[in-house]
Design a protein around this ligand. Structure first.
Ligand SMILES: [Zn+2]
Ligand SMILES: [Zn+2]
Length: 388
């Protein structure tokens, strides 16, 4: 089997469904749905896969908008991950319309490779990436148990074969004080907002003495009812991020100390809850990344190495990468100055450059499937995963 010929054929497969893929991306962009509520997007993507001969299972791990679509029966099982959740008010400002459609398009194009070489394609629909961490539930319930390798491509302002991601935990805190007339009897009140402000100040001080790649950020979600009432209740949500799980655990502890200290100083009682979905750091499989990079370059794209200075977020793909050899490369849809999670980025996902990126991401993933199905490749990918 001529590998270059096969790659050319899967590329042509993507080209022949170009208009359908662009229409699907536009439709998801125009109908943004928040995490775990992506009913339309999941329905459109699964019906497309079903029409293309995939066996579709809707709803996984108790998440109605998760899905799994399978083509083939043999090993290796190659997972292409789709995301399709949007951001509040900003719509598809993270470009998950491109992620969803590229995974589905690549799966459909790669059927041809499976017909020739064996193996199985699993297009996995993974909802609620932004803050809900749907993949964490999928990992926990064993959805990746039979999977040998996983790929996802994220839109960005650079083409990069890998992307690092920070481990991330979320803390919800509340302070309970005592309401009183703020002028008449302030000495009888306990100020829950003061407790929160003290905690913010402590965290600001802490922030100067943490590693450069760690992040602590939060918002106050309740700061009292009226200026003439001593606030009896305050609430906030904080996110703590670090490059590895050990440092994250250390920071979690220090952040919590800031709230405990503020509770003691103010007299307001503290209640807190760590969200049970913690995002893991990204473990990039460099063998797989190298193959993807070559394919993306063969499409005429300039691929840069990941640079931490360009910034790091967190992704639930990190959790997948801890159990299955994975990559999370990026594809450029806009110039460097356009910011992720901005209205301009949402527009870029459906621009000419956005559509080009969608098609290139789809092709590069389908071509990488051809590489993975060559003899010995999956063993090298696995070996690196086990050694790492
Ligand atoms: Zn995203
Ligand atoms: Zn995002």
């Amino acid at each position: 089997m001529d590998i270059e010929k096969l790659k050319l054929e899967v590329r042509q497969g993507v080209e022949s469904s170009e208009q359908k893929l662009i229409q699907l991306s536009l439709k998801i962009h125009d109908n943004p749905e928040l995490g775990f509520k992506e009913e339309k997007a999941a329905a459109w993507l699964t019906s497309y896969l079903e029409d293309e001969g995939f066996h579709v299972e809707r709803g996984l791990a108790g998440l109605p908008t998760a899905f799994q679509a399978t083509y083939g029966q043999e090993s290796p099982r190659i997972a292409l991950l789709a995301e399709y959740d949007a951001l509040p008010k900003l719509g598809h400002a993270c470009g998950h319309n491109i992620i969803g459609v590229s995974a589905v398009g690549a799966g459909v194009a790669a059927k041809h490779a499976v017909d020739q070489l064996g193996g199985t394609i699993v297009v996995m629909g993974t909802p609620g990436e932004e803050v809900l961490g749907g993949k964490i539930d999928l990992v926990k319930t064993g959805a990746f148990k039979e999977v040998d390798v996983a790929m996802i491509v994220h839109p960005d302002t650079r083409n990069m074969p890998t992307e690092e991601a920070l481990a991330c935990s979320t803390l919800e805190v509340e302070f309970f004080g005592r309401a009183a007339h703020a002028a008449g009897q302030p000495h009888k009140g306990i100020n829950a907002l003061d407790a929160m402000v003290l905690a913010f100040t402590s965290i600001n001080s802490l922030r100067q003495h943490i590693r450069g790649d760690a992040r602590i950020h939060g918002i106050i979600t309740d700061g009292g009812e009226a200026p003439n009432i001593v606030p009896a209740h305050s609430a906030a949500t904080f996110m703590v991020r670090a490059l590895d799980d050990d440092y994250l655990a250390e920071l979690n502890h220090r952040v919590l100390d800031c709230f405990t200290g503020a509770s003691m100083a103010s007299g307001a009682r503290l209640e807190y809850r760590w969200k049970d979905r913690t995002y893991a750091p990204m473990k990039n499989n460099m063998t797989l990344a190298g193959l993807f990079k070559q394919n993306l370059e063969s499409l005429g794209r300039n691929v840069e190495d990941f640079d931490r200075r360009s910034g790091m977020g967190s992704t639930d793909m990190g959790n997948v990468s801890q159990v299955v050899p994975s990559i999370h490369p990026t594809i450029a849809i806009a110039p460097h100055e356009v910011l992720l999670h901005s209205p301009e980025f949402a527009t870029a996902t459906v621009s000419e450059a956005g559509h080009d990126a969608l098609l290139d991401a789809t092709k590069a993933m389908a071509m990488t499937v051809v590489d993975i199905l060559q003899s010995g490749v999956i063993d090298r990918i696995r070996q690196e995963f086990c050694d790492g």
